[in-house]
Design a protein. Sequence first.
Length: 373
Amino acid sequence: MKKLLVLASALILSLGLSAQELGNFVGIRNAVSPEMKDGKLTLRLAAPYATRVQLNGGFLANGAVEMKRNDQGVWEYSLDMPAPELYTYNFVVDGVSVNDPANVLQQRDGTRYLSIVIVPGEFTENYFEANQRGNLTKVWYDSPTLGLNRRMYVYTPYGYDDAKNKKVKYPVLYLLHGGGGDEDAWSNMGRACQIMDNLIEKGLAEPMLIVMPNGNANQTAASPLQIANKQGQSQPNAYVKSLAEDIVPYIESHYRVIAKKSARAVGGLSMGGGHTTAVTGLYPDMFDYICPMSCGMSDTPENRAALQGIKKAGYKLYWVGCGDDDFAYPGTQVMDKMLTELDMPHTMFISDGGHTWSNWRYYLNTVGKLLFK
C-alpha cells in the first residue's frame, strides 16, 4: 500500500494530475473494457461507489441489462460474441448515461457521443485501419451560392502526396450525409476512410478522392465548432446548387482530379440520397455514377422528367441501396418502378435491416468497388 501511494504521488508530480484525475486513471486501468476473448464480449466499468449500473448496446436484443459488481468495485457484463459489426454502447450509472472511460473509440451522432466496439470478421474487415492510409483534411471554402464560408472534409487516397504521383489525377466521389448529420458523419460513423483505404489497398477500388460536405444549408460547420448557424440564400435546392456550383468547382481547382463527368460520382444516405437524386436531376451532365441510399422517390411528373433528363445525358451506373425494413423502402420500390418503366438500367441492392449506419457502411463497402470501372 505504501509503495502504491509513493507511485501515486510520483505520478501526480510528474504528470501534473490532480488527485481526482489520478483516481480516474487508476480506475480506468483496472477495468479492461471492451474485452473479446474465448468467444465472449465483456464490458466493464470501475465505479466502486455506484449502486446500480446498466448496459445499453446495439449488440443486446432486448434493451438494457443489469451489470454485476465484483469485490473491487468493477461492474461487468459478458455475452456471447455478437455477429461481426460496429456496435455502439454506453453505461447507465445510477440513472446517468456515461460512455466507457476505458475505451478510446467513440463516435459522434449530432450532439450524442457513444462508445463503439468493432467485432472482427469478414463483414467488418474493412472497418479497421489499413496498412496504406490516405489523408483526411478539413477544408474551408467560400460558398457564393449560399453566401457562407463553410467546411467540408476531403479524403485523398494513399499515394496522392507522393512526389512520384504529382502528375496523377483522380476521380471523385461526393458522399453526402443524412438528416441530423454534418461533414463529420461519413468519416466518423461511416468509417469511410477505413473502408476506402482497405478497398484501394486490396485493389478492389480505384484510388479516388472522397468529398464529404455539410448538407445543412444554414450551417457553417459541424456543431462541435460552436459556430452559430447563419441564414444563407434560401432559394429552392440551395444546397444542391451549392454542391454543383461551389463545391465541385472548388475541388477541381484545388486538387488533382479529373474534371469530367466520367470521373464524378455522387451518393448519399437518407437526406443525402434525396440530395443525390436532386443534384443529378438538376445537373444531368455532371455525374456518371449515381448512388442514392435509403431515400426513395415519389412518382411525380417532375421526378420522371428529371430521370428522363439523366437518361438523355447518359450515365454509367445508377445504384440504389436500401434495407427491406427501412421506412424508405416503399419509396425505393417506387424508384425501381420508375427507372424500369423509363428503361433506365440500374442496380437495386436490397439488404436486411433498416435505416441504420450498419447498412450505409455496407453500401459504401459494396458500391465503392463499382465506381470508375
